[in-house]
Ligand binder design. Structure first.
Ligand code: SF4
Length: 344
C-alpha cells in the first residue's frame, strides 16, 4: 500500500463522522423551517438520485449485478468476456480493483460543474477506448496510478465533498462501474450527498448504463468521431460511433437536458463534449446534427479546441499537427448551423 493509499484509509473514519454530522444538521434545518408556510427554505431541495435509489433498497442489487459482470466482463463495447475476478485482464488492463491516478478539486471543467469550489474529480487509470492521441497517454495507456480498495475510493469521495467540491466527477469510469457502485454504497453511509458525474468517452454499453439509472445525476460523455474509419484508425474501435449514439440516447433518457440551480451549478442532466480534430476528422457537423435531431435542441455542448498531437498522434495521418483557429471556427459555425444553442 502506498503512503497516499494508507493515509486515505486512515481518513475514512474522520470523513464518515463529519459527513454524518453534516447530514443530521441539514435534516434538522429542513425540519425547523422548510415545511412551515412562509418559512424560508434553509437547504436546497435537490437530492442526488443515488440517495433515493439506496433508500428504496435498489442500490445493492445493482452492485451485485455489476460485480457479476466482472466474471465475464462486458462492461464496455470491447466485450472482452475475461474473468477480472480471477486476475484476467482485458483491453482496459484493469482487474478486480480500480486504479486511480489522482483526485482533486478541479477548476478546469465546465463552469456549471466548477462553481466557486471546484469539481471533485477522481481520475481513473486505464481506459477501454484507448485513443492513440490521448493527452493523458501515461494514465490511460501506461497505467500511472495506485490501486484503490473500495474503502479508499469511498474515502476519496468523502474527502472531496469535505473540501467543498460541488460534485463527484468520475473521469474515465466505464471500466470500473462495479468498483464505483461499491464505493458509493459505503460513501452514502458516510454522508455523501453531492451530485455524481459520469465523465466518459461515450464508449459505453447501454446494459452497463442501465446499472447507473437512478444513480448518476449528470452524464458528461464525449462524442468523439462520427466516421467508423476514423474510430478504427485512432482507437481500433470502428463500432465507436454507433456505441456512442446508443449510449448518449440512453444517458439522455435517464437524466434529460442539463438542469442548474439558482447558483448556476449543474444538478442533473447531460453535458456533451466534442473535441474538434484537424481536417474535420471528428465529423463535427454530423455529430451536432445527431444531437439536435435525436437528443434535444436544448443540449448543452462543450466544443473543445485544445487538440494537439500527444501519445502516438504523430504516427496517424492527419493528426500530427494541432488544430488551427480557422478549423475550430468552422466547427463552431457547423454546430450553430445544426441548431446547437447552448455552449459551455
Ligand atoms: S471494461 Fe475492460 S475488460 Fe471489460 S469489456 Fe471493457 S475493455 Fe474489456
Amino acid at each position: 500500500m502506498t503512503e497516499r493509499a494508507f493515509k486515505l484509509t486512515m481518513d475514512l473514519r474522520t470523513a464518515q463522522k463529519r459527513n454524518r454530522r453534516f447530514r443530521k444538521i441539514n435534516i434538522a434545518a429542513n425540519a425547523i423551517g422548510g415545511d412551515q408556510p412562509g418559512a424560508k427554505k434553509r437547504i436546497m431541495t435537490f437530492e442526488p438520485l443515488y440517495l433515493k435509489t439506496a433508500r428504496k433498497g435498489q442500490l445493492l442489487p445493482k452492485i451485485n449485478e455489476a460485480r457479476r459482470i466482472l466474471s465475464g466482463c462486458i462492461l464496455c463495447p470491447r466485450n472482452c468476456r475475461v474473468d477480472r475476478k480471477s486476475g484476467e485482464l482485458g483491453e482496459c488492463r484493469t482487474g478486480e480493483e480500480a486504479t486511480v491516478s489522482s483526485f482533486n478539486a478541479h477548476f478546469g471543467e465546465e463552469p456549471p460543474l466548477v462553481g466557486v469550489s471546484g469539481s471533485g474529480t477522481i481520475f481513473f487509470t486505464h481506459c477501454s477506448l484507448k485513443c492513440s492521441f490521448c493527452q493523458n497517454f501515461d494514465i490511460s495507456q501506461q497505467g500511472a496510478g495506485d490501486e484503490f480498495s473500495t474503502a479508499q475510493l469511498a474515502t476519496t469521495m468523502l474527502i472531496l465533498q469535505n473540501a467543498g467540491c460541488h460534485n463527484i466527477n468520475l473521469v474515465t469510469p466505464t471500466h470500473v462501474i462495479p468498483q464505483i457502485l461499491s464505493a458509493l454504497y459505503m460513501a452514502i453511509d458516510g454522508g455523501l450527498s453531492i451530485p455524481l458525474v459520469y465523465n466518459s468517452s461515450g464508449y459505453d454499453n447501454v446494459q452497463s448504463l442501465r446499472l447507473l439509472d437512478g444513480v448518476v445525476d449528470i452524464y458528461m460523455p464525449d462524442f468523439k468521431f462520427w466516421d467508423p474509419a476514423v474510430a478504427e484508425l485512432t482507437c481500433s474501435a470502428p463500432e465507436y460511433p454507433e456505441a456512442a449514439r446508443q449510449a448518449l440516447k440512453e444517458m439522455h433518457r435517464q437524466v434529460g437536458d442539463l438542469q442548474m440551480n439558482a447558483e448556476g451549478l449543474a444538478q442533473r442532466g447531460l453535458i456533451i463534449r466534442h473535441l474538434v480534430l484537424p481536417g474535420g476528422m471528428a465529423g463535427t457537423r454530423e455529430i451536432m446534427s445527431f444531437i439536435v435531431a435525436e437528443l434535444s435542441d436544448n443540449s448543452y455542448v462543450n466544443l473543445m479546441d485544445q487538440y494537439r498531437p500527444c501519445g502516438l498522434a504523430g504516427q496517424i495521418p492527419g493528426l500530427a499537427q494541432s488544430l488551427s483557429r480557422k478549423q475550430f471556427e468552422k466547427a463552431m459555425a457547423e454546430a450553430r448551423a445544426a441548431g446547437i444553442r447552448q455552449f459551455a
